[in-house]
Design a protein around this ligand. Sequence first.
Ligand code: AMP
Length: 288
Amino acid sequence: MSNAIPKLITAVAQLRKKLAAVRREGKRIGLVPTMGALHEGHLSLVRAAKGECGCAVVSIYVNPTQFGPNEDFSKYPRTLEADLKLLAGCGADVVFAPTNDEVYAAGHATWVEVGAVAEPLEGQCRPGHFRGVATVVLKFFNMVQPDAAYFGQKDFQQAAVIRRMTADLNLPLAIRVCPTVREPDGLAMSSRNRYLSPAARQRALVLWRSLQTAVKLVQEGQRDASRIVARMREMIETAEDARIDYIALVDPDTLQPVGRITGRTLAVLAVKIENTRLIDNCLLEPKG
Ligand code: AMP
């Protein structure tokens, strides 16, 4: 595989021209939508796109409409040079990093609202977030027209929202969801981890530890969701500066809370550590 820096494109017209040539070569196109500040989690999606489709397109765009007024849009890390170097090592063919004007032209007034799966959890804590996500992802789908698009399990609800939108709007592409990539100590990789001080980075491990505790409790036969959530809450509350947005055990398809664990269940949480909001999740699979 070549280690060439991928072609950087900022205009939709140029993108369409480049991708028409790729299609003429008989290649399929895999899209990895990102907000940049790339890490190994993003790169795993790029490798999957390249392997399955032959041509991997990575979009890098910090989408203003998915951030709330008091969120981190202005301070979100923007590291395009470093991102391009990382992408050179994993087979990305095209990086599409459009300007705001290219994405939201003057007079933009159309929004995508996804129903029930977008409402709980992140939807409740971040009003308008999924409206911004669904809208920008649909725009990228239309700009790139990929055969498949790749998302991370780490943002489980986001993947569910995109899957719902894709089915409901009859979009002609496959949605792939790839496993969460973690640091060796278990912390889920995230562009926001770089906000954490070294001490907070250590405290943030309690998220993964509490998810592991949920797995262990289920393995030991615990089926009462409220007891598992209570144990997770207790653990997280011991970390200094930890503020819990939610901890929940939900049905992985509907994202509605479950009372008893009778089948595959998703443990999900969102916690602020030292003002950095982190999310993570883990599948619980009861045996027998
Ligand atoms: P972001 O740039 O944070 O919007 O993420 C872009 C894509 O990368 C989304 O589909 C995320 O779910 C995915 N992603 C982010 N972190 C990870 C991770 N640690 N492992 C796997 N995928 C990830």
